[in-house]
Design a protein around this ligand. Structure first.
Ligand code: PDD
Length: 275
C-alpha cells in the first residue's frame, strides 16, 4: 500500500503532515473521490473539472490536468488497483503560525491514497434514510474537507438505523450527507438543481445522462420534503454507493418497499456503462 504526499510515495504510517498545516488547523482545503473500475478511472475528466472548480473557489492554484492524470495513473499502477476509490486532498499548506488569513502563499499539501470499492453486480438491497434539517453551510458546491455538519448528520442517521440522512432546507430536499437523491413520482424523476446548495455529484450527472438516453423524464427542480410520503421510488447516487435504492424514510415505507422499476432500470444501465 503506497500513498502520495507532496511528491513522495510512502507507506501510510510514514506519511506525516505538520500540525501547522491549514488543513489541520482550519480544514482549509478540498478533496475529490474518483472510482476505478478494472484498473481504469471512471469519468475522470468530470472529477478533475470539479476538483478544479473547488480549488479555484478557495483560491488555491490548480496543479493542472496533466499533473492529476499522472497522479491517478501512478496511484493505480503502484498499488496494482482493479476496483477502488481514489482519494485526493489539497490543503492550503503549512505556515509558521496560526492566523485565519494566510500570510503569503504557502505551498499546498497534496495527499492521495485509495480505499476498497465493493462493486455490487446485483441490485442493492433497498435501505432506510432519515429526514434531517440541512445544517451545513451555503457553499455545498465546494468539496470542502470541512465536514462537521455532514458527520453530525451521519451520526444521527446511524443512531436511527439509516444508511444516510436525507437533507431538507426551507422545505426542499437538497441531497444526502455524502450522496445526491433522485425521487420518482408518476413516472417523472426529480433531482435537486446543481446550485450552491448541493455538491454536483458526478454519479448524479451520469445517471441524468443515462435517464435521458433511456427516454425517461427528468426534472432538475427542487422537490418538497412534504411530498416524500407520496413517492413511488427514491434512490441515492454517489461514487461509493453508485445507484442505491431507498425503501424507507423515517417510518414511511416507499410504495411497497421494494426496488422500483425506474430505479432498477438505472441500476442496470449504470452497471452496463462501467464497462
Ligand atoms: N461523497 N453530495 C455530497 C455531500 C457528497 O459528499 C458526495 C460524494 C456526493 C456524490 O458525489 P459523487 O457522485 O461525485 O461521488 C454528493 C464522496 C464519495 C465522499 O465523501 O467520500
Amino acid at each position: 500500500d503506497l500513498v502520495y504526499l507532496n511528491g513522495e510515495w510512502l507507506a501510510p504510517e510514514n506519511a506525516k503532515v505538520s500540525v501547522f498545516d491549514r488543513g489541520f488547523l482550519f480544514a482549509d482545503g478540498i478533496y475529490e473521490v474518483i472510482p476505478v473500475y478494472q484498473g481504469r478511472p471512471f469519468l475522470a475528466e468530470h472529477h478533475l473539472a470539479r476538483l478544479h472548480n473547488s480549488l479555484t473557489a478557495i483560491g488555491i492554484v490548480d496543479q493542472g490536468e496533466h499533473f492529476w492524470r499522472a497522479l491517478i495513473n501512478e496511484l493505480i499502477a503502484r498499488n496494482k488497483l482493479s476496483d477502488a476509490l481514489l482519494y485526493f486532498q489539497v490543503t492550503r499548506g503549512a505556515e509558521a503560525k496560526r492566523s485565519h488569513l494566510p500570510e503569503g502563499q504557502p505551498s499546498p499539501t497534496i495527499f492521495a491514497n485509495h480505499s476498497p470499492l465493493s462493486v455490487h453486480w446485483n441490485t442493492p438491497e433497498p435501505a432506510k434514510v432519515v429526514l434531517c434539517d440541512d445544517i451545513r453551510w451555503l457553499r455545498c458546491d465546494i468539496k470542502s474537507i470541512s465536514l462537521l455538519g455532514n458527520i453530525m448528520l451521519k451520526q444521527f442517521a446511524q443512531q436511527h438505523n439509516a444508511i444516510e440522512p436525507i437533507l431538507q432546507r426551507n422545505g426542499y430536499i437538497t441531497e444526502g450527507a455524502s450522496s445526491n437523491y433522485f425521487a420518482v413520482k408518476d413516472g417523472v424523476i426529480y433531482t435537486a438543481p446543481a446550485n450552491h446548495l448541493i455538491l454536483p455529484g458526478i454519479t448524479r450527472m451520469w445517471v441524468l445522462r443515462l435517464a435521458q438516453q433511456l427516454g425517461l423524464t427528468v426534472r432538475e427542480e427542487p422537490f418538497p420534503s412534504a411530498d416524500l410520503a407520496q413517492l413511488d421510488e427514491l434512490f441515492l447516487t454517489s461514487s461509493s454507493r453508485e445507484v442505491q435504492p431507498i425503501a424507507q424514510i423515517d417510518d414511511i415505507i416507499i410504495a411497497d418497499g421494494r426496488c422500483g422499476p425506474i430505479t432498477k432500470q438505472l441500476v442496470e444501465a449504470f452497471h452496463q456503462s462501467k464497462r
